[in-house]
Design a protein. Structure first.
Length: 422
């Protein structure tokens, strides 16, 4: 995305932001400056119980009140808790054909498209790559999981559950989901940081939708002073534990060690659910394969859904940063720098970026701005699809170039990238 000759302005900005002046300014920052998210503000413990609550208690005390909950040992009743391992998955014939979606980077990077592979292919390579699985649960594994008894009622709208699998070190961005979420951990540990959806100052949500641009590893307190006075709700969960994250609560998650988790989603538009016809379940738990689920949006052929429109827009905003506008040459440079393909001389794939740039540049003045990036949402669905497809096809082509050059292995991971677990 960029010519090999570095624009003079970028050189100047680089040296300025790494100058003694800026470094001196950094040392005067608020507590938590340039440290991981959560090293500032006030910390509040989340309510904990042993096991799952009853359905009516859960809805009365937590769903209707939008109150998070940690359920210690709740998932230990799942058959998966005693069964699941890579060897177990690979022993099942369905694993060789079940297709899953794969994130290419453990630290979320929305510039990269999802990969698609069979579960078996992923299991054979993920320990040697930077990939992790985030996908709808393969149907042959649903028999190993119960729908949590606190939401086990046919009158509730359940959304297709999701499975996460990695060797640890994953780091989500700070974001909020529109639906209620019960996250149950089968293997490993996770740290959750939550922020109340009703917190008065939400200036940290500075990206389209409910995302934040904040670097969760190095929080710039000069840019986000709100974190110095915000209330953080913390939870450390271990294998067998579950956590309820209410709809619209902001959260950031880190995983450690061999890690498997499942997400149960519950439609979150109405917090006043009518559960009068639902019965508390104490025995005869039903497995996930016995329920019908509603999809937020049907996933497309390559595993990306409508949420990726917001992800691509978020990524483009981040490339501009504090600059008001950029021209085509700088746009290509920035994207190539992010993809680490500046030194590859084959620029045949750049034509996709030129086409995308021209479609985003509504006023045809040779520059794109933050306003024009936001304007992607206002273009026709056909144009939006073309822009996203152009970006995705370029990303896929760059990944192949890196692989051919030897800087990337078959899993899509660059060998020299270090992901430290914090």
């Amino acid at each position: 995305m960029k010519s090999i000759a570095i624009p003079y302005l970028i050189i100047v900005l680089y040296h300025f932001y790494n100058s003694e002046y800026v470094q001196a300014k950094d040392t005067k920052g608020l507590p938590g400056h340039l440290k991981p998210l959560g090293h500032s503000g006030r910390h509040i413990e989340i309510t904990e119980i042993n096991g799952f609550p009853s359905l009516k208690t859960f809805f009365k005390q937590h769903v209707s009140q939008s109150k998070p909950l940690v359920m210690r040992g709740a998932a230990k009743i799942y058959p998966a808790f005693s069964k699941w391992s890579d060897d177990y998955f690979l022993s099942l014939p369905e694993t060789s054909t079940a297709e899953i979606d794969i994130q290419q980077r453990k630290k979320q990077n929305y510039s990269l498209p999802y990969l698609r592979a069979t579960l078996a292919e992923f299991l054979h390579r993920y320990n040697h790559t930077d990939e992790y699985m985030v996908s709808y649960i393969p149907s042959h594994l649903k028999t190993d999981l119960y729908l949590p008894p606190c939401v086990q009622c046919d009158d509730l709208i359940h959304i297709e559950p999701v499975m996460w699998l990695s060797n640890g070190g994953t780091k989500s961005i700070l974001h909020a989901d529109q639906n209620h979420n019960i996250n149950c951990l089968i293997r490993g540990t996770k740290d959750f940081i939550l922020i109340n959806k009703d917190t008065p100052d939400q200036t940290f949500i500075d990206a389209p939708g409910t995302y934040s641009y904040v670097d969760v590893d190095r929080v710039d307190m000069d840019k986000y002073p709100v974190f110095s006075s915000i209330d953080f709700y913390d939870a450390h969960i271990e294998a067998g534990d579950c956590i309820f994250v209410p709809a619209s609560w902001f959260h950031q998650v880190r995983s450690y060690g061999y890690n498997i988790a499942v997400n149960i989603w519950l439609k979150g538009e109405d917090k006043f659910f009518d559960v009068s016809s639902c019965q508390d379940v104490t025995k005869a738990y039903k497995t996930l394969d016995q329920f019908t689920y509603s999809l937020v949006e049907p996933p497309s052929h390559d595993g990306r859904d409508e949420l990726d429109e917001g992800a691509e827009i978020l990524f483009l905003h981040k490339q501009l940063g504090d600059v008001k506008k950029i021209d085509l040459k700088t746009y290509i440079y920035l994207l190539k720098a992010d993809a680490k393909t500046l030194e590859i001389e084959d620029n045949t794939g750049d034509q996709s970026l030129v086409k995308a740039f021209n479609m985003i540049d509504i006023n045809k003045n040779g520059y794109i701005t933050h306003e024009e990036i936001d304007g992607i949402r206002e273009q026709s669905r056909e144009n939006q699809g073309v822009i996203l497809e152009l970006m995705n096809s370029w990303n896929a082509a760059e990944t192949e170039r890196l692989r051919a050059k030897g800087d990337i292995n078959n899993g899509g991971s660059q060998e020299n990238e270090n992901h430290e677990e914090l």
